[in-house]
Every structure is written in structure tokens, then in C-alpha cells.
Design a protein around this ligand. Structure first.
Ligand code: CP
Length: 327
């Protein structure tokens, strides 16, 4: 639910690179603005002029369905002009550097770059070298801030709060930028956070993240109000992290029997794409505890809010923007 915006909600600054660097006030300002913008996507005419005359480049140098399409919808619904590029078909494949690509795009007159890249730190690297706003849409194993924000919004929608909730992130935490953004965002808003998975898929310094560690999924379910189930990132694993996918599902899989044996009405999230039958069973993914598709719906509103606030929009004016007024 939307809470009354603070009198003067804190501005976001030039870029959105990670939730680690956002204050509680900045995160709440994004969530409250997103809450107001949700309604735009269910109108017959899904468009407001808030980003009219802004040009945004979506530079996706790694595969994506949800994040890329969600940003494109968000940009179009806010009235921006957009262009999308990927490695395939761009001069990156001829060896052009990231910064040269961005500077050439800037020479054509752009205002923002949304970037997904396989290298941790690539979004910051770019942000420090170009004047356009940079939004991190997932950089290697570092952060995926808009995914963290849409997860927070979805949890708050269903539980009415974040503070005091027990949220366990299950699975391949080692390779997960989603886990890192969730941990920073949840802790900043006062949740208790745990992780659960095989030791080989948890960072060596996991305790330094300030989270509880569960080695058994049954204990995690016993403890948690919310499970955020992560995909096994097979493409980032060389070998030897788990004996087999079948073994992983047997020991750590979020199955209907495990969920139903838990003491409370769990809320189950997954950032997608899912490996059905590995980290999560279809009975659970499509079942009554799952809010997975609501996460996807909320993603558009969160990205509209981030684009609006980074472009200089004020959270206090989000209601007027929603009614079609200029920011
Ligand atoms: N959640 C997420 O980042 O999905 P995509 O890789 O499809 O964008």
C-alpha cells in the first residue's frame, strides 16, 4: 500500500547502481512512487508525458526477458523515446569498448542508459565516465537494484510492511546479484534476513552480510515469513558446485510438501527465469503462496518510478504525474 510521501522525499542522485548505497528514505520514496504509478498500466491508454523528450538507451549485453521488456514498457508508458541495443548486432562485437559505445550514443543526444552486463562493477564504471543517468539492470554477481525494489514492493503489498518480517533467500546466493540487492534493501527497511543453500553456493564471507545462515530448507521454512527462491545459475558455474540437479531438488528444492509442512502462510517469490523441478516445483510456483507473476507486474511500476525520479521528478508530484500533468 502507498504510504504518504515524506514532506520532502530524498532525491536519488544521478544514477541507480545498487541498493547498498540507497538510504531507507530513498528506497521508500521509490516504492511509494511505484505504488502510485501502478494504476497507469491498467488504463486503456497506458501513457503519461512525464518523460516526454527524454531519450533512453537500453544496452543489454547479457540475456534478459523480464528486465529488458519491463524497462521498455516503463519508458514507453512514461512517454520517453527509446532505443535498445545488445551485443549481437552492435559494434561491441567488433571490439568497441563499453565507454566508446556509450559516448557515441551520447553524441546522438541521449539522457539515460539502462545497462545489463556480465561484469560486476560495469554499471558504476560507465556511470563515472558519462554524464547521462545510468541505471544498473544487473551487473555480473554484484547487484540488480530494480529487481530488489520490485521484490520489496511485492512483499509490502502482501504483508503491509517490511520491518520485522523474516525473509529467507534460498539457493544460489554465491552467483546472485538479486540476493545482494535483496539483502541490502531488506535490511535497510528493517527485515530480518537469512540465506539457505549448500555451502558451495553461499559466499565464503556470508556472515559479513549480516544474515542468518540455514543449511536445511526445512529449518528455513520453519523460520521464515517469506521465501525468495533463486535460480541455480548454471551458466555461471564451471563445475562441482552441486552433485546433480536431482540431488539439489531433493535436498533444497522448494516443494509443495515442504511448504505445506511449514508453520505459517509463506509468501513465495522467485525473480525468474525459473528452473521448474530444480529449485522450485511447479506446484509451488503456480500455487496459492506464489506471487511470482505479481513481481513481474510490479517491475514495470518500479522501473517507471526509478526513471521518473532519476530524471528529476519529485515523489511528492507523482500523483499529479499519474493524472497526466507535467512533472
Ligand atoms: N529477473 C530477471 O532479471 O530476469 P531476466 O534475466 O529475464 O531479465
Amino acid at each position: 500500500m502507498a504510504q504518504a510521501p515524506e514532506q520532502t522525499a530524498p532525491a536519488l542522485g544521478k544514477d541507480l547502481l545498487g541498493l547498498e548505497e540507497l538510504s531507507r528514505g530513498q528506497i521508500l520514496s521509490i516504492l511509494d512512487t511505484a505504488e502510485r504509478f501502478k494504476e497507469i498500466s491498467v488504463r486503456p491508454v497506458k501513457k503519461v508525458p512525464a518523460l516526454r523528450n527524454r531519450t533512453i538507451v537500453n544496452a543489454f549485453f547479457e540475456n534478459s526477458t523480464r528486465t529488458r521488456v519491463s524497462f521498455e514498457f516503463a519508458e514507453k508508458r512514461m512517454g520517453a523515446d527509446t532505443v535498445s541495443i545488445s551485443t549481437s548486432g552492435s559494434s561491441v562485437q567488433k571490439g568497441e569498448t563499453l565507454v566508446d559505445t556509450a559516448r557515441n550514443l551520447e553524441a546522438m543526444g541521449i539522457d539515460m542508459v539502462v545497462i545489463r552486463h556480465s561484469s560486476s562493477g560495469s554499471a558504476r564504471f560507465l556511470a563515472e565516465r558519462i554524464p547521462s543517468n545510468v541505471i544498473n539492470a544487473g551487473d555480473g554477481k554484484h547487484e540488480h537494484p530494480t529487481q530488489g525494489l520490485l521484490d520489496l514492493l511485492t512483499i509490502r503489498d502482501h504483508r503491509g510492511r517490511i520491518e520485522g518480517l523474516k525473509v529467507c533467500i534460498v539457493g544460489d546466493v554465491l552467483h546472485s546479484r538479486v540476493a545482494r540487492s535483496n539483502i541490502h534493501g531488506l535490511k535497510r527497511l528493517g527485515a530480518q534476513v537469512a540465506v539457505c543453500g549448500p555451502a558451495t553456493l553461499l559466499p565464503a564471507a556470508v556472515a559479513e552480510l549480516g544474515v542468518t545462515v540455514f543449511r536445511r530448507i526445512e529449518e528455513a521454512i520453519e523460520w521464515a515469513d517469506v521465501l525468495n527462491v533463486l535460480r541455480l545459475q548454471l551458466e555461471r558455474m564451471k563445475s562441482g558446485f552441486i552433485p546433480s540437479l536431482r540431488e539439489y531438488n531433493r535436498v533444497f528444492g522448494v516443494t509443495r510438501a515442504r511448504v505445506e509442512a511449514g508453520p505459517r502462510d509463506l509468501l513465495i517469490l522467485h525473480p525468474g527465469p525459473m528452473n521448474r523441478g530444480v529449485e522450485i516445483d511447479s506446484d509451488v510456483a503456480d500455487g496459492p503462496h506464489s506471487v511470482i507473476l505479481q513481481q513481474v507486474t510490479n517491475g514495470v511500476a518500479v522501473r517507471m518510478a526509478v526513471l521518473y525520479l532519476l530524471s528529476g521528478g519529485r515523489a511528492e508530484q507523482a500523483e499529479a504525474v499519474k493524472q497526466g500533468g507535467d512533472p
